[in-house]
Each structure stands twice: as structure tokens, then as C-alpha cells.
Ligand binder design. Structure first.
Ligand SMILES: Cc1cc2nc3c(=O)[nH]c(=O)nc-3n(C[C@H](O)[C@H](O)[C@H](O)COP(=O)(O)OP(=O)(O)OC[C@H]3O[C@@H](n4cnc5c(N)ncnc54)[C@H](O)[C@@H]3O)c2cc1C
Length: 409
């Protein structure tokens, strides 16, 4: 895993995660095992304990909490999914805000809107006649729409969710990687610690919140993860910020290609992102080193592109480079479904065991013992906590899975 190494091969983002979990002896059994200590897993674990305080909950994180996308994200808060609104999804931003309040998470959340920018207004979009932004980028990039959204501090969100999980009684085991699961009515998780020790624990129910990593274990083996890139420019003056059109500090993302997104931080440094790097070796992102030639070239292209957006950016200095894992599928819809190998535990269904789907059930009509949730693409900051709490409710038998997020959708 890159993150336990002295130098982080994915680079370091500019915010801090300030949390050290209490140490716990690994129990032999838990009611709920959550695999992955990012936004999804931490929110789900907290919600499970809030709704069912008599049940034991443990989060297993292969490295440190926030080591995946959550600690490295852009921090732009967006509504809906990357594929737009979905039937029954509800109001993601209102739900996210309510979750943060309930969990007492403070993360500098600002919901003053986000800009969609494009080379030309696409049909049906009025476009801002007075776009504050006019950047040179294979054409002139202008604001074409404003959508609900905003920004937050990702380090504070990871920290706040982890503290909430612990405060509500979930155990967090960092440096515990789930290697595989022996599937049965009470599945057994096989773990290794960072020191190489092998451990086992059984769990009544499991949530896979490992996102773009460990795809064979989470049942997403046919999907292709990427590392997406971000850079931080040094703080600029208010005057320069106004000159480039970002005085309102609205986060922005392109709705056409080549993709580009960004946001201004409180110290007037700017986070920018674009570009995907593939693992040279069988989708194993953990082997990607951002200093290797192809990644370094992708960063050079991104920085060069930013410098040419506007004369005011020509001499801008860059302070950091980092990458983070991202997972998306052709439909751009998140995956939120029963794990393909999970076993029916509840009403009216046929147990499917480890061999796959039974013919007389759909993925939505039985209660089983493991859920996989993730693949939000670049749209997961609010959605991960929102759907993480929803997953907790499904695992507790209080809610159904959505209809639009099945693995085979
Ligand atoms: C650079 C970047 C910028 C982004 N910008 C934005 C943005 O501006 N707005 C937005 O909405 N979204 C953005 N996203 C997407 C968003 O950050 C993610 O969708 C979200 O963080 C996913 O959270 P998660 O908890 O599901 O996954 P992760 O945060 O990836 O967490 C998964 C965790 O599982 C752990 N893990 C993996 N395998 C195992 C195992 N076998 N055992 C135990 N633990 C394991 C990992 O170490 C990791 O900590 C961005 C993503 C990246 C990478």
C-alpha cells in the first residue's frame, strides 16, 4: 500500500487528517464489518451505531483513514450523481448537510453553488452572457451554468467522520487489509496487518466501501480504476483572482472535454485537476508512482495548460502534485448493490451462495449479508456519506436499495 511508505507514491494533498484511532484487540466476531475508511465507510459505520447502538461495528482500513480518494479529493461538493439525478435519490446536498449536523462534523462546508464551464454553451443551456471566466483552453472556456454545490475541507471531513464513528462506538482498525472473504451465512474476513500478521474475524453483515481498490474482493473485478491528478498553485492576490474570474470563489468543472476542475482555497491557493493515469499492471493502482515518467508527463501537461489559461496565470507557481483513485463505469452511475457473492439472510429469497445469482430472484428483492457501494466517479464527496448512511439502513433491514444502481445496470 502506498500510504504506509515513507514517501507517498501518490503524493500528498495540502490538508491534514488529524485522527488516531483508539487501539482495540481484534474481536472474533462483529455484527457489521465495514471495509474501507473513506467517506463512505466512515459515514456508514457511524450511522450503523447511531441507529443500532447495541450492534458491534468495525471499520477495516488497509492503510490509514482517508488514504484513498477521500483524503485526496478535490473537495468540490456536488448534488446528484455523475449521471445526474436518479429516481428516488432525494436531495443529496440537504441530506449531506443533515448528516454532518447529526454527526457533528465541521468541515468548512460552503454551499454557494458551482460553475459549469464549457468551450461553447451547449444547446439548451443559456450560458452566462457575462461569464466571469474567459480562459484559453482549446477555445474559450466560459461559465455556461451554475448548479447547486460548493466546497469543503476534505481533511476536516475525513477527520470529523472518523471522530464521529469512534465517538459512537465503532472500532477503527487501520493497517488491516481485507485479503478475502469466505462466504457463508456468517462470512469470515481474512485480514493482514501492515506487519504481515494474518487475522480472521466473522461478521454478520459486510459493507464493501473500498472504492477503486481491491476490486476482486468487492465484486467489481471487471471495472477499470484510474488515478486522477490534482495540483495546487501557490496563493495568488485578490487582484489576480479577480482578473482570472474567480473572485466569487465558486468551484468549477468543465462539461465538455478536455476535462478540468478546480476551486479556490481560503488562503487563495487554487486546487486544479484533470487527467487520468492507468496502472501499467492489471489495474493495480497501488503500483502507480506519480513521479514515474508517464505520470510526471501528465502533471507537466496539466500545469502547462493552467499557465496558458490566462495571462495572469503565466507565472503561477505550483506547490503540490498528487493523485487519487477513481472508479467509474460507462453509465456513470454509482454501484450500490448486494455483493455478487453475498448470501441471502432474510425474507423471501433463495440463497445464492458463492456461485452467483439465483434464477428466481433479482438483486433487489432479498436481504443478503453484504453490500458493495462506490464508483461515484468525480462526484463522491457528498454522495459517499449520503449513500453510506443509506447502505447502513439497508444492512439493518430498514430501507431498500435504489433501483438504478445495480451492478449490472
Ligand atoms: C483527485 C480526486 C479529486 C476528486 N474530486 C472530487 C470533487 O471535487 N468532488 C467530488 O464530489 N468527488 C471528487 N472525487 C471523488 C471522491 O473523492 C470519491 O468519490 C470519494 O472520496 C470516495 O469515497 P469512498 O469512501 O467511497 O472511497 P475511498 O476514499 O477511496 O476509500 C476507500 C478506502 O478503502 C481502503 N481499502 C481498499 N481496499 C481495502 C481492503 N482490501 N481492506 C481494507 N481497506 C481497503 C482504501 O485504503 C481507502 O481508504 C475526487 C477523487 C479524486 C481521486
Amino acid at each position: 500500500m502506498p500510504f504506509s511508505a515513507r514517501r507517498d507514491p501518490w503524493g500528498s494533498p495540502p490538508w491534514n487528517i488529524s485522527f488516531t484511532p483508539q487501539r482495540h484487540k481484534l474481536p472474533a466476531h462483529v455484527d457489521f464489518a465495514v471495509i474501507g475508511g473513506g467517506f463512505t465507510g466512515l459515514a456508514a459505520a457511524t450511522w450503523l451505531r447511531i441507529l443500532a447502538p447495541d450492534n458491534s461495528v468495525a471499520v477495516f482500513e488497509a492503510a490509514r483513514i482517508g488514504a484513498g480518494a477521500s483524503g485526496r479529493t478535490g473537495g468540490m461538493v456536488l448534488a446528484e450523481t455523475a449521471a445526474g439525478n436518479q429516481p428516488g435519490l432525494g436531495d443529496v446536498l440537504a441530506g449531506f448537510r443533515a448528516i454532518l449536523e447529526k454527526m457533528r462534523v465541521r468541515c468548512d462546508l460552503e454551499l454557494s453553488g458551482a460553475w459549469e464551464i464549457a468551450r461553447q454553451p451547449s444547446s439548451g443551456q443559456a450560458g452566462h452572457t457575462q461569464s466571469p471566466v474567459a480562459w484559453n483552453d482549446s477555445g474559450i472556456l466560459r461559465v455556461v451554468n451554475e448548479v447547486p454545490g460548493g466546497t469543503l475541507d476534505p481533511g476536516k471531513l475525513v477527520t470529523g467522520l472518523a471522530r464521529a464513528a469512534q465517538r459512537h462506538g465503532a472500532q477503527i482498525h487501520e493497517n488491516h487489509r481485507v485479503q478475502n472473504v469466505s462466504w457463508s451465512a456468517t462470512p469470515e474476513l481474512h485480514l493482514t496487518t501492515s506487519r504481515g500478521a494474518a487475522q480472521k474475524i466473522s461478521a454478520a453483515k459486510i459493507l464493501f466501501a473500498s472504492n477503486a481498490l481491491s476490486l476482486p474482493q468487492s465484486g467489481l473485478a471487471d471495472m477499470h480504476p484510474r488515478l486522477t491528478l490534482a495540483v495546487l498553485t501557490r496563493p495568488i492576490s485578490e487582484k489576480a483572482l479577480a482578473a482570472i474570474g474567480l473572485a466569487e470563489r465558486k468551484p468549477f468543472y468543465t462539461v465538455d472535454f478536455p476535462y478540468l476542475w478546480g476551486r479556490v482555497r481560503t488562503d487563495l491557493s487554487i486546487v486544479w485537476g484533470a487527467g487520468l493515469v492507468q496502472s501499467p499492471d492489471a489495474d493495480d493502482l497501488e503500483r502507480v508512482d506519480i513521479t514515474a515518467e508517464d505520470s510526471a508527463a501528465a502533471f507537466d501537461r496539466l500545469e502547462n495548460r493552467i499557465c496558458h489559461l490566462h495571462p495572469e496565470l503565466e507565472r503561477i507557481k505550483f506547490a503540490r502534485r498528487w493523485g487519487g483513485p477513481i472508479l467509474f463505469r460507462d453509465s456513470w452511475k454509482p454501484v450500490f448493490d448486494w455483493h455478487p457473492q453475498s448470501v441471502a439472510t432474510g425474507f423471501g429469497g433463495t440463497s445464492r451462495g458463492a456461485t452467483g445469482r439465483a434464477s428466481n430472484v433479482t438483486s433487489h428483492d432479498v436481504s443478503r449479508n453484504a453490500i458493495v457501494l462506490g464508483a461515484y466517479a468525480g462526484h463522491g464527496v457528498a454522495l459517499s456519506s449520503y449513500l453510506g448512511t443509506w447502505a447502513a439502513e439497508v444492512l439493518l433491514g430498514r430501507r431498500k436499495l435504489p433501483q438504478w444502481s445495480a451492478l449490472d445496470t
